[in-house]
Design a protein around this ligand. Sequence first.
Ligand SMILES: [Zn+2]
Length: 189
Amino acid sequence: MKECPIVEDLLPLYHEGLLKPETTEWVEEHLKSCPSCSALASISSEPILEDKIEPVVDHEKMMAKVTSKLTLYQLIFVGISFFLAIRTVIANENFGFILPYFILGLVIYLFYRTYRLVMLIAFLPVFLWFLGTMLYSIFQQTDPNNSVSMMIFDSLYGSFLMAGIHLLFAILGATVGLLFIKLKESGDV
Ligand SMILES: [Zn+2]
C-alpha cells in the first residue's frame, strides 16, 4: 500500500504515544487493514517491552562495557606516565616534566574526577622507574667505600622525592581540572 512507508516511519512515535490523536487513529486504521504493517508493529513494540522487564541485565552489561573502557584508559595513562618518567631520566631535563605532568593530572582528573587515580598514575610509575635506574647504577658501581644499604636508602629517598615532585605538578593540574568542572557546573545552573 502507498501509506506503508509513512506508517513505518511513524511506528516508533506511535509506540511512544507521541502522535496526535488523529494520526494515531489513522495509523491504527491502517494497521487493521494491512497485515505486513501490523506484523511490523508487533515486532517493533517488543524491544521496548523487553527493556522494561529486564533493565538490570542491560544496565550491568553497559556498566561492564564502561568499566573495561575505563580500565583501558587507565592503562594508557599509566603508559604515558611511564613514558614521561623515562623521558625525564634519559633527557635529564630538570624541569621538562612540569608541563607534561600538569597536563597529565588535568586530563586524568577531567576523566575520572578523583585525586586518588591522579596520585596513583603520576606517582607510582615515576617512583618505580627512578628506583629501578638508581638501584641499577648501584650494582654497576663497585666502590667499596660506599655502603650498599646506605645507597639503597638514598635511592628510595631520591625516588620518593622525584615522584613527589612529579605528583605535585600532576595535582596542580588536577586542581585546575576540578576548578574547571566547578566553573562549568555553576555556569550550567
Ligand atoms: Zn501497510
